[in-house]
Design a protein around this ligand. Structure first.
Ligand code: PLV
Length: 322
């Protein structure tokens, strides 16, 4: 990759989380990317490959892929149209506009917005930027694992990696990254919220399935169908991918604990991963023999997200606790 748009993010040790899990926990702080999430890695790479001659990009998004596409397009001097579902909060719509993007709100969930983005690709001749289903995205996301390997130094390898799953692009990127650095034996814990659980539903069904609806408040995990590649990774004997769920309330409580302990505000989509630590899920997986009792360092991908501020946090609290 030539010039890129993402930054090399810090890898921080979390004392609070390490105490809870009983092993060192490292946080890959993707929240500190210029667009607020890891999405910029893949989308920056994809746009460099596909959009240099473009008359503009169009991206369907729950919010964060759109933030990345808008940021990258602005840096490339291209117009960006971001199509979001009506569930995307106003604060994200405003942040997208502040990045210079044109925002269209179409349909109830991401899948509806995506149909409109694909239509615009055809009718307006724009370059389509998918939020999670493209090998170029996974290749870009994989750089986060290469960075982790460089930060940890030779001879140190994670005991497990914790990621959130929406449409599965982050998961595919992490898998790619683990392959790139020769860590395919490191188990991945793939977290979703109940009601945005397309990977978990696919794993249970033994095939890719489409959810009837997205009922979780973690809208950025809200793809009704996981990408084929992510499902295939769960079926691959070379990899160990553990698909687990938390409730929205657990994800919210994790967001709050993370804010208190690490002084960083992330959205619910990221809270799903953090909840695996705070709710005791990692300990339970160890007790069940699904993770080793003596676990090497736990790597948490802090995927970040812009769909949060103090007002949104209060709204979510009100919604989920009453
Ligand atoms: N969000 C996508 C898909 O939404 C989007 O359009 O922004 N963590 C955060 C903060 C995210 O925004 C997302 C994806 C994920 C995790 C999950 O990544 P994925 O979709 O690659 O599995 C519908």
């Amino acid at each position: 990759m030539a010039k890129h748009f993402h930054v090399n993010t810090p890898l921080l040790e979390s004392i609070g989380m390490s105490k809870r899990v009983g092993t060192t926990v490292y946080l890959k702080m993707e929240n500190s990317q210029p667009s607020g999430s890891f999405k910029i890695r893949g989308i920056g790479h994809l746009c460099q490959q596909l959009a240099t001659q473009s008359k503009g990009v169009v991206c369907s998004s729950g919010g964060n892929a759109g933030m990345a596409a808008a940021y990258v397009a602005r840096k490339m001097g291209l117009p960006a149209t971001i199509v979001v579902p009506s569930s995307t909060p106003q604060l994200v719509v405003q942040r997208l506009k502040d990045q210079g993007a044109t925002v269209k709100s179409v349909g109830k969930v991401w899948d509806d917005a995506n149909a409109e983005a694909l239509r615009l690709t055809e009718t307006e001749g724009l370059t389509y930027v998918p939020p999670f289903d493209d090998p170029l995205l996974w290749q870009g996301h994989a750089t986060m694992i290469t960075e982790v390997a460089a930060s940890l130094g030779p001879g140190v390898k994670p005991g497990a990696v914790l990621v959130s799953v929406g449409g599965g692009g982050l998961l595919c990127g992490v898998v790619q990254g683990l392959k790139d650095v020769g860590w395919t034996d490191v188990p991945i814990i793939a977290m979703e919220t109940v009601g945005a659980d397309c990977l978990n539903a696919a794993v249970k069904a033994g095939r890719v399935v489409t959810l009837d609806d997205i009922t979780s408040e973690a809208k950025c995990l809200g793809a009704k169908t996981v990408c084929k590649k992510a499902f295939e990774c769960t079926q691959c004997s070379e990899l160990s991918i553990i698909s687990e769920l938390v409730t929205d309330l657990q994800a919210l409580q994790a967001v709050e604990t993370f804010l208190d302990e690490e002084r960083v505000l992330v959205e619910l989509a990221c809270g799903a991963s953090l909840a695996a630590v705070y709710s005791g899920l990692i300990r339970r997986l160890q007790d069940e023999g699904r993770l080793p009792t003596v676990l090497g360092p736990l790597l948490v991908i802090v995927c970040g997200g812009s769909s949060i501020d103090m007002k949104q946090l209060a709204n979510l609290k009100h919604k989920l606790q009453t």
